[in-house]
Design a protein around this ligand. Sequence first.
Ligand SMILES: *[C@@H]1O[C@H](CO)[C@@H](O)[C@H](O)[C@H]1NC(C)=O
Ligand SMILES: *[C@@H]1O[C@H](CO)[C@@H](O)[C@H](O)[C@H]1NC(C)=O
Ligand SMILES: *[C@@H]1O[C@H](CO)[C@@H](O)[C@H](O)[C@H]1NC(C)=O
Ligand SMILES: *[C@@H]1O[C@H](CO)[C@@H](O)[C@H](O)[C@H]1NC(C)=O
Length: 616
Amino acid sequence: MPPLFRLIPPLIFLLTTVTSHLCPPFTTTTPPYPFSTTPGSGHPSFQITCHPPPLSATITINNHHFSLLTYDPTTPTLSLFPHPTPTPTTTKCTTTTTTIPTQPINLSHSPFKPTDSFCSRLSYITPCNPPTTTTLPNCTHCPYLCKITKTPLHLINSCGSHPPPQLTHEGCQPDILGFLDSFLRFGIQVEYQQQDSYFTTCKSCKSLNGTCGYNSTHPNKPFLCLQTTNFKTQKPVHTKRNIRIAMMSLATLVLCMLLIILFTYISRTKKLSPVQDPAVVYLHRHRSASLLPPVYTFEELQQATNNFDPVHKIGDGGFGSVFVGHFEQQNRVFAIKFLHKQNPTSNSVSMKSFCNEILILSSLNHPNLVKLHGYCSDPRGLLLVYEYVPNGTLSDHLHVHRKTCLPWHVRLDIALQIAVAIEYLHFSVVPPIVHRDITSNNIFADKDMRVKVGDFGLSRLLDPGCVWTGPQGTPGYLDPDYYRSFRLTEKSDIYSFGVVLLELVTGMKAVDVNRDKREMTLADMAVGKIQMGLLAEVIDPRLATVDGGAVAAVAELSFRCVAADRDDRPDAKEVVAELRRIKGRTRGGGGGGGSAVGMIRAANSNSVVPDGGPVM
Ligand SMILES: *[C@@H]1O[C@H](CO)[C@@H](O)[C@H](O)[C@H]1NC(C)=O
Ligand SMILES: *[C@@H]1O[C@H](CO)[C@@H](O)[C@H](O)[C@H]1NC(C)=O
Ligand SMILES: *[C@@H]1O[C@H](CO)[C@@H](O)[C@H](O)[C@H]1NC(C)=O
Ligand SMILES: *[C@@H]1O[C@H](CO)[C@@H](O)[C@H](O)[C@H]1NC(C)=O
């Protein structure tokens, strides 16, 4: 057989190795340091086992086995999916859930620790008290499971420093174990410090062109710097195995060279783009200058706000601080939002999505949406320039200036205007925009009490990869269904809108820590009262003189909007139609102030109300 032919099988072997032995979530065939698949190389705590796709690499930490769902080298974080631990046959503890371990996940004395955001998400999960489910484990047999059904935070001992918050805004979970099970399927986010001696010694080893490893047979697993030159000292022996090794290194070399060529090509094309602001370049490539929103320089905005003087600050939103800016040349006043820095190393990808969002948001035009007028993208910060709506927020009018009571017809008008704005975002914009943060603090009023909804699209803008970064939305307004799916949808906006409707009807705040624990969020409280037929107790006493039927009908609509199940909530179109109907009836008289009970019955006859509807 000619020698060339003998080389083909190892080559095929190598190619299949390269293509099939991808090790998700790692994108390279050999995971980067500190991870390693061969004992003796890498870091002893980061030994992983690779599985071909669609499975992912597994890691063992303190005898707990996990799959790696995601790996982010920049932070650096991993998300770990716990494997079912085989239940010792001696215990009689049986559960139906698969991800919940039968003992606390103990990450101490390992380089890993759960991220703060994971711990706080975990701490926000509250079981119902008393428990309403029948699937609770027997506490005699399952002391640990029993413990976590009371305090889910005990799942992971290293989350201990996160006490459960006093505010339980998203409602309790009736099936706590089932919920935790699905929660864990999204992975446990852990971070690791690169500070132990393996990392520090590895740096100097790498500068000597060595490969970092450790002595896997030594009990203390001391660090070893493996010199690649060691291979040269081996005497060449002509065996099949050595040819295979030689072929593999050759192919690796070729692969590396291809990669290097690719990388230089990519970086070359990147360098070709002008040194100009990438945002401006991108925008001008995609839309003619006349259609673009005005771009402001950082200096212009600095000047308009007297260098972001706190005196000019008019608010602190979830996404940034708002300043009022006076532009002398145009003799106009704008609101300028200085976005909090999310990611200081914003690369061209996030810049691209930032620009796309600006294009979308600035092209929206609706009388009930705060107009995005321009923007500024500068290394010192991202700023958005908005139309200035001078007369405070809905929250101010309802909860701060309580002496000037908003009359009922104004409240109904406000509700309809907000609903129309949401309908526009959900049904007229392609693709639809989920606002994600509708609160009475984001609704701005002008002097005639016409309202405009602000801050739409912001959370998406700051979250370009659509990576889940932490609880979004505002406590008291956040869709409880979010904790099941970790997605905010149009129906999440409807939930938040329902809470605003409740504020309009009751005059109470969305969250009030002075209220009893179970009534701290307005949605919980109002739903409880309405279900008990005590609607009259929560209606704003200052509305006592108005048409009770219309108030009750709006209360009923808000009740449907804050339904726990997304599918039970109406969509924005239905909400607008219902509010128009209520408004028309109020104005048209139709028997004037009919009794609230009669009106509610009328409202019920053509709408679905859980539990037979409110009774007064
Ligand atoms: C966690 O594991 C470490 C080392 O494996 C051990 O020393 C520690 O006692 C464990 N902690 C708990 C609470 O089990
Ligand atoms: C738990 O198990 C013990 C012993 O098997 C039994 O006596 C007890 O009734 C069980 N408790 C419940 C709530 O089922
Ligand atoms: C490491 O390798 C680089 C390039 O291969 C070489 O320039 C450098 O001298 C080497 N350093 C040492 C300490 O061998
Ligand atoms: C690794 O440790 C074993 C046992 O302590 C020792 O015999 C061996 O020489 C060590 N190997 C290296 C390369 O240091």
